[in-house]
Design a protein around this ligand. Structure first.
Ligand code: GSH
Length: 205
């Protein structure tokens, strides 16, 4: 199997954290693809041009990050990362959806930051930043139910919070969300997280 990959993408990071937590990193080859490169996007066998994109041994392309994570969970060895049915499945998937929405809003803020200052939209940034911080407030209410679980939901939340620290370094969410902060600061020390710290996309060639 091959993963179209970049060290700058939080969506890719979700997949790599899951691979590490399942202990299956050695069976997946990583192929570098810079999401800011037109040629790399064209070479990715996902009509959307986006990464992560997994290419199976049979040559099938699988995207996007939630689909790849479920595929790897079902098809590969290692601890289960997503309940197959029941109420817990919908809780975990909804948690992942919240984290993914927060990440998508931060990607919008990042793309705005690439524009010349006079072309940046303060309104777009403010709107998307509010989405992220509303998400963080929602997670503060939910964190007591995480129960020490390592699954696609908590992995996505951890990656989103790490990306929030990178995207909004001057905004302290920990003061208002002490329970979430304690959970994240613990999860963030897992080798799957410390080994996958994102590089700034502006510095990636
Ligand atoms: N919903 C997708 C989002 C993937 C995504 O937005 N990837 C970005 C990198 S962080 C990308 O490839 N962007 C290039 C583009 O959209 O042209 C997922 O969960 O995998």
């Amino acid at each position: 199997m091959k993963l179209r990959w970049s060290p700058t993408s939080p969506f890719v990071r979700k997949v790599v954290v899951l691979m590490k937590e399942k202990g299956i990193e050695n069976i997946i080859e990583k192929e570098k693809s810079n999401p800011l490169s037109k040629d790399d996007r064209a070479a990715t066998p996902n009509p959307l041009g986006q990464i992560p994109c997994l290419i199976t041994d049979e040559g099938a392309s699988i995207y996007d990050s939630p689909v790849i994570m479920e595929y790897l969970d079902v098809e590969c060895d290692g601890p289960d990362m997503l309940p197959r049915n029941g109420a817990a499945r919908w809780t975990v998937l909804t948690r992942q959806a919240l984290a993914d929405g927060m990440i998508a809003s931060m990607v919008v803020c990042f793309v705005e930051s690439l524009k010349k200052p006079e072309r940046q939209s303060g309104g777009i940034v403010a709107h998307n930043k509010a989405i992220v911080f509303n998400g963080i407030a929602g997670l503060e209410k939910d964190v007591a139910d995480f129960d020490g679980d390592i699954d696609v939901g908590t992995i996505s939340v951890a990656v989103a919070l790490a990306f929030a620290d990178q995207t909004f370094p001057d905004d302290d969410w920990r003061g208002d969300c002490p329970a979430l902060a304690a959970w994240f600061d613990d999860f963030n020390q897992r080798p799957s997280m410390t080994d996958t710290v994102l590089m700034d996309a502006r510095e990636f060639k």
